[in-house]
Design a protein around this ligand. Structure first.
Ligand code: BGC
Length: 755
């Protein structure tokens, strides 16, 4: 107890160490990484962990999921919206900020248990005045249109006047630190007082679709429970909205500042109602109080954890890293909105523009399907809503059926840019959208997996089956018949390994296409027998015929699946075995492969070194198609040639490694995956958290070490393979509408309890 009621009230919301990720030294070069790590999201909005007073190096992005814009950039991307976090304190015109003062104490802590970002600073200015600032911020889970900030400021050794500026910054642009690509996605329409009482309000529209977004805020300050702000005055400085006020302070006496933020868009309300709704919402927020909001917010987070936590009696840092990944993933998935998906970097950074990839279906969806099925349902429904766009996309490219875009934003059109931006600011032509087609199979696989795991047959019958049929149709038209060889091939295609593009007959793509064709054929046959009425309805709606169904089988039977002569090793694509061969022999201090010397002489596409799990990914997904010897041999072969240039790779190598009996590698891969962002192992955490990897980490624990599976009939099985030193592992999931708690022990015994 500090003796200060206000302070004690906030601290009551703080979790214990195993849920705290700390930054205890401020290094401006690390700031962008921490902005990503410390981003907060409540599934509607996301805000990076930038400092309230601003710092020299910062990408202080505030996003609302689904608010995209293109303007001059390459594709529709999440628009950086007016950032409402700004709070600046001054004494006699001097900013009390971390880059302006001596840091006597510096601590920021992400409390993943409660979804709160804590801060404690003691700052000494040039005149020796010391100020303590302590408090937190959160993106409310209770009311997803709200953000709350609460900071106690205590002048340690001086009396005086603290001037405060509460800001909402509408000047922020996307690609703010890439001069060639900077782009402003919004036009500011209003910059004014929130209400007669004060506060700030900015209303913008996106530039292309003119979608209105309103951001309002109101600041208050209290000393011993009494309001103390005086001289409130509002100023609009172009697109910067500022409210100034001041407060008399005395050494040792804390003043508590509270900032209430409210946000709405035209997606939820008619545009003319946005401002009034925000004003009302902020009044209601003030009325119920910041502590009540925090209380309900943290209760809801605790509920999420009650479902999603993974408890391992092992190395505590590893358990914390696993939880960190779960935290970001579960914070972003929406249980209420199926117009949005989950971007490859969640809402934590700007890489990939907030777009959904195959990452969603194959890496994140399993977590949601088992743990938060209502979120999973929205993810698959999102694909159904965009089925029409996928069909148009196929048509545009000369195919039939549905071709899902490699990168998907709000309208289902292809959003993968034809150019990518390199770290040095240059850009190069990128062919991913032209050739990387396996996403359509991933979407189909997602439907299959979602239905199998959740048992939501109603979704399958009314929506999922249409996605499956149209994607199968796409593959049927994508496969070319080669008369001479009497086989079907998929030419000019890119597999998961994007370092060889395009290639002919990427074996991953061919197998997944084959799976899609055969699965649809099987499901239609079943439907014909079990529910002829529905079968006819599906055929009528899709214009599908019995002959077309037979055609799927014919193509699947003759699809080319290249393999090494006389051996078990699948050839990643035709001609792969003719490339310059070499293997990875050295690893750095973080157990990350060191690029072999051969890359000094040859570009990677001329070698057999690959970016990420490709054949191994295939064996992960379609395990039953291969013998355990085939899986073992392919794993051993490709593991030595994979540089894990994508974060999607280590988790898959971990699970498949385990299936081959290689426990020690599986454990090393788990560590790499779990710490990818915390240790910045891919060197790009500044661009955002790796969402697919986060889902992959969950899969390593549940499908890998716990050995959990749901078979075709929806039966659950567990076959644990606990690593050395783990005494127990516990997690929960939904199965057959029952909530199960699964505990596994060091000797691989386990128990399942309904909870
Ligand atoms: C990977 C893709 C992935 C994308 C988004 C790329 O680097 O190669 O497989 O979908 O990142 O995470």
């Amino acid at each position: 107890m500090s003796g200060n009621i206000f302070e004690d009230k906030i601290k009551a919301f703080k979790s214990t160490d195993e849920f705290i990720i700390s930054e205890n030294l401020y290094d401006e070069r690390e700031n962008l990484k921490f902005e990503s790590l410390f981003a907060l999201s409540n599934s509607y909005l996301g805000i990076r962990g930038s400092h309230e007073e601003g710092t020299k190096i910062s990408l202080p992005y505030f996003y609302i999921n689904g608010v995209f814009d293109k303007s001059e950039t390459f594709m529709r991307e999440l628009a950086a919206l007016p950032n409402p976090l700004g709070i600046k304190f001054y004494i006699e015109k001097e900013l009390i900020g971390i880059e302006n003062c001596e840091l006597i104490e510096y601590l920021r802590e992400l409390d993943i248990k409660n979804g709160i970002l804590w801060k404690r600073l003691v700052l000494r200015d040039r005149k020796g005045r010391e100020t303590r600032i302590e408090g937190c911020r959160f993106a409310s889970r209770k009311n997803e249109h709200r953000i709350g900030l609460v900071y106690n400021l205590t002048p340690v050794n001086y009396d005086g006047i603290i001037e405060v500026e509460s800001e909402t910054d509408g000047r922020i642009v996307n690609f703010a630190d890439a001069p060639r690509f900077k782009v402003k996605h919004t036009k500011t329409l209003k910059n004014e007082k929130l209400s007669d009482l004060g506060g700030n309000y900015i209303e913008v529209t996106t530039r292309d679709k003119e979608l209105h977004v309103g951001v309002g805020s109101y600041i208050e300050a209290f000393k011993e429970g009494k309001p103390v702000l005086s001289n409130r005055s509002f100023s609009a400085f172009g697109e910067l909205s500022t409210e100034f006020a001041d407060v008399k302070v005395k050494a040792g006496e804390a003043v508590s500042f509270i900032k209430y933020v409210g946000v709405y868009t035209e997606n939820e309300l008619p545009k003319d109602d946005i401002k009034q709704s925000i004003t009302n919402d902020i009044s209601a927020f003030i009325e119920s109080g910041i502590f009540e909001e925090l209380r309900e917010h943290s209760l809801l987070y605790n509920k999420l954890w009650d479902m999603a936590d993974i408890k391992i009696d092992c190395d505590k840092e590893l358990n914390k890293a696993i939880r960190f990944n779960i935290f970001h993933l579960m914070s972003t998935g929406s249980a209420v909105n199926d117009n949005i998906n989950i971007g490859a970097k969640l809402l934590t950074g700007e890489e990939y523009g907030g777009h959904a990839f195959w990452d969603t279906e194959l890496f994140m969806l399993p977590f949601f399907a088992y743990v938060f099925p209502n979120v999973a349902k929205n993810l698959v429904s999102y694909r159904y809503k965009l089925l029409g766009a996928a069909k148009e996309n196929a048509l545009k490219n000369g195919y039939r059926g549905a071709q899902y875009p490699w990168e998907s934003a709000d309208d289902g059109t292809e959003q993968c840019p034809a150019f990518t931006i390199e770290p040095d600011g240059s850009c190069y032509r990128c062919y991913v959208a032209d050739y990387e087609h396996h996403v359509s199979a991933a979407v189909a696989y997602g439907i299959y997996n979602y239905t199998k795991i959740t048992g939501d047959f109603e979704f399958f019958r009314s929506k999922g089956i249409y996605i499956l049929i149209e994607t199968a149709r796409f593959w049927a038209s994508r496969c070319e018949y080669m008369e001479k060889e009497d086989r079907y091939e998929i030419r000019k295609v890119t597999g998961p390994d994007e370092w060889h593009e395009p290639v002919d007959n990427n074996v991953y793509t061919n197998y997944l296409a084959r799976w899609n064709l055969l699965y649809v054929k099987k499901k239609l046959d079943e439907l014909k027998n079990d529910n002829y009425g529905l079968y006819r309805e599906v055929l009528d709606k899709t214009g599908f015929s019995d002959e077309e169904a037979l055609g799927l089988q014919k193509i699947a039977d003759k699809i080319y699946l290249p393999k090494m002569n006389g051996g078990n090793i699948l050839e990643q694509f035709e001609g792969y075995f003719n490339l310059k061969d070499c293997i990875i022999e050295k690893y750095d201090e973080n157990d990350w492969p060191i690029k072999p010397e051969i890359l000094k002489k040859f570009t990677v596409d001329k070698t057999c070194l690959i970016k990420q799990a490709d054949v191994v990914m295939l064996m992960y997904l379609l395990e039953n198609e291969f013998t355990s010897e085939e899986i073992r041999d392919n794993y051993r072969y490709y593991e030595k040639r994979t540089l894990h240039g994508s974060s999607l790779s280590p988790a898959i190598y971990s699970v498949v490694g385990l299936r081959t009996g290689d426990k020690s590698k599986a454990y090393r891969y788990l560590k790499r995956a779990a710490f990818i962002d915390l240790l910045n192992l891919q060197k790009n955490t500044r661009e955002g958290i790796h969402a697919a990897n986060a889902g992959g980490v969950w899969q390593v624990i549940v499908f890998g070490f716990a050995g959990l599976k749901t078979d075709e009939k929806g039966e659950l099985s567990i076959n644990p393979n606990m690593p050395e030193g783990w005494k127990s592992l516990n997690f929960k999931l939904w199965h057959n509408k029952k909530r199960l708690s699964i505990s596994i022990y060091g000797d691989n015994s386990y128990r399942i309890d309904e909870v």
